[in-house]
Design a protein around this ligand. Structure first.
Ligand SMILES: [Zn+2]
Length: 174
């Protein structure tokens, strides 16, 4: 990166986010102590391969602290719920990614006492419910995938509520 100071600022923001999460959401904060946190200019937002969490420096720079905490929790939950391995069972990777995101966001929404701001980026609430209005974490990954597939076939799209989170693949292929 051309600007060493900007690079250090981004790194220290990631560290501070992890410390906040350790204090406020101990279980996830502790898990975050055991993954590598890396900057990756080649990705659009953030992603995980199961061992590391990768952040686009540009994306990260545009996030508030609350939004950064959301992204950190989002990625660690993909790891906790083993979404990478489980997603391989599904043919439609895009739908599998959306299903995984809905479940993860639903857990975060609940973790923050059902506060929409906890799962929002730029004031836009990320998907955490199924089309029937039920929370994603009330269903298995397989159920959410099947429901989304069914909906895709019938042509009633989620697209109007599609958020930045759902619109980007968050599970990095190994
Ligand atoms: Zn995701």
């Amino acid at each position: 990166m051309h600007d060493q100071k900007a690079f250090q600022e981004i790194c220290s923001r990631i560290q501070r986010s992890r410390m906040r999460l350790l204090v406020e959401h101990g279980f996830y904060g502790l898990l975050l102590m055991h993954v590598k946190l890396q900057l990756d200019p080649s990705i659009k937002t953030a992603a995980t391969d199961g061992d590391s969490i990768f952040f686009s420096p540009v994306f990260l720079s545009g996030l508030s602290d609350t939004e950064l905490d959301f992204i950190m929790l989002h990625e660690i939950m993909h790891i906790v719920l083993d979404h990478l391995t489980r997603a391989r069972e599904f043919k439609d990777r895009e739908t599998a990614n959306t299903a995984a995101d809905i479940i993860v966001n639903s857990y975060i929404y609940e973790e923050y006492g059902n506060k929409a701001s906890a799962v929002s980026i730029n004031g836009k609430e990320s998907l955490h419910r199924l089309p029937d209005g039920s929370e994603g974490n009330k269903h298995s990954f397989e159920e959410v995938y099947q429901l989304l597939k069914k909906q895709k076939k019938s042509g009633t799209a989620l697209s109007s509520k599609k958020s930045i989170m759902a619109a980007n693949a968050h599970v990095k292929r190994r």
